[in-house]
Design a protein. Sequence first.
Length: 252
Amino acid sequence: MEQYIQLLKMGCFSREDVAKITGNIRTADSVLYSHKKKGVIVSVRRNLYAAISLETNQPVCTPYQIASSISQDSYVSHHSAFEYYGMANQVFSEIYVSSSTKFNNFEFDGKHYTRVLSKTNEGVKSVGKIRVTDIERTIIDNIKDFSKIGGLEELLRCLAMVTYASENKLIKYLGIYDNQFLWQKTGYILSHFPNMKLGEQFFETCKTNSQKSVRYLYGDLKFETPVFSNEWGLYIPNDMMKLIDEGGESLV
C-alpha cells in the first residue's frame, strides 16, 4: 500500500522513476507488474504509467501532466496550451505536445497525443508537474500553425480572450523563429486585438521584419475571394472583420 501511495503522489511515472523508490530496476519491474495486475496503475505508452484512483477508477494525472511526462523536454503547446489557460473556444480530443525528443503519436483515455517538433524551449514554464508554453509563445505558435491546428476562426476566438501580452516576449519568440511570413501574419492578425494592449512600435517591428513580401494569409485562400491589404502585403479573407466581430463559419 505504501508503494501505491508513492505512485499516486507521482501521478505519471516511468520505470526509472519507480526504481528510485524501490532501489533497483528489477524490483521496479516487479512493482509495475504486480500493480498493473491489481489494476491500480495503467500503461499510458511504452515506459510511461499512470496511477489509478481507487475512488474514481480513473487516472489521477491530467492530460497536461501526461504530455509533460512523455519525455524529459516535452511540454503542452499550441491549441492545447490555450485550453490549459482556459482560453480555447473548443476543447479538442487532440493534445499537442512539443518536444525535441522524437516519440510516436499515441492514444490514451480518449485523448490523442500528437507531437509537434520543437525548434526552441524558450517560453516554456513549469506549473507544478506541468510544462506549458507561456501565453506569448502560445500566441506565436498558434499563429504560425493555425492552418494545421485549429483553423483561423478558432485562433481568432482564442486571441479574443487574451487580456494582455508582452510585446518584448512576442518579439523575442518571433526573432527565434526568424520567419518573414510569421512576422507578417502575426502583425496583421494581432492588429485586430486591442485587448492585448500592444503598442504601435510592435506593429512597426512586424512590418520591418516582413520585408514587404506579398503572401496569402493561408494557402487555401487563393481558391476563395480574398481582398488585398496594402498595409500588410497580405491577401486576406473578405469577411475577416465579420469573423472577428460576429463569428461565423470556419474559413479553414
